[in-house]
Design a protein around this ligand. Sequence first.
Ligand code: USQ
Length: 373
Amino acid sequence: MRILILGGDGYLGWPTAMHLSAKGHEIAVADNYLRRQLCREEDVEPLFETPNLIQRTKLWKAVSGYEINLFIGDLTQWDFVTEIFNHFKPDCIVHYAEQPSAPYSMLNRRAATCTLQNNLMVTANIIFAVHELCPEAHIVKLGTMGEYGTPNIDIEEGWIEIDHKNRKDTFLYPRQAGSLYHTTKIMDTDLLWFYVRMWDLRVTDLMQGPVYGLFTDENINQNQLLPFFNYDELFGTVLNRFVVQAVAGYPLTVYGKGGQTRGYLNIKDTLNCIRLAIENPPSPGKLQIFNQFTETFSVNELADMVKHVGNQMGLNVKIQSIENPRKEAEDHYYNPKHTGLTELGLEPNFLTDTVLAQLMEFVARKAVSAALE
Ligand code: USQ
């Protein structure tokens, strides 16, 4: 298949590009380096430098023999989008091209409008480009479990049947986000669902939880091909952050009571989920939704696991509850369904002590080499 990956420079975009390329698909990536720019502006650089996309695609060619097509530009610009679609003619579009940080989106007006403008304009441009230029193509959109929030009832997989005054109908499961970033993902879902109904698009919306890890089958022993690894309070997701804190001898920053529970997954499983979604497109006029995570943990549980593994490695890991910088429930019911991707064949890579130890050892080696530079 010809697969276009939007946001192909990102934490998930680049590993996805290599994974699908290794499976023999024809891949193109598009990116404007927004994430790199925002990290520089906020002075929150990742743990180690990563090559740019020109360098990454060359390295991948040298390692695998596969070519990845490259488009550098801004997907909020219609001319750039049509240039890519006319040139590459995708069968499938994987849409990661969004400002991905909840705390960044809440920083100030500028960060808020950047998130709104970027996320919604890219989604709108992709919808119009598919409709006008390749109406048969399948859009695989990265949504987030955070669209559902933390309701006091079970979370269904995208849809809920409502029985009201003796009549029944099926609706999108109620959404109630806890950040502007998550709200843009709800708006994306609404836009996609609207145009699925209007134009018979084929869309899969993946409600993903926080991802952890660095290693995939394609970057093993290839440090230059690793994704970004942010550990700061804006772009670092919680487990990656705790791993770096443990290695650095910094107390693990549990926000508030630490009962915040989310559905987590290993980066390897993100790639498998995306591949499974691509291999199982919905029919035209259908919005397919999967909840994309493999196991749930509270922040306290994650901190305890990192402390346990860190202490086994000889680190003296401490946990510290700090005032929660976010407005969120710290103690809540959480029971989301997630059977769709398993039924398609997902075999989860669970969070074990070995997986954590591998990540912590890698981060420790990076810290030593940085100290020697
Ligand atoms: N947390 C801490 N201490 C920290 C950092 C985070 O207790 O030092 C807590 C947060 O308050 C939150 C939980 O850990 O309750 C998860 O936070 P996170 O930063 O790992 O994840 P989040 O901001 O929710 O966003 C991440 C990705 C986002 C994705 C989302 C999936 O950045 O792109 O959509 O995970 S979900 O959380 O299911 O909405």
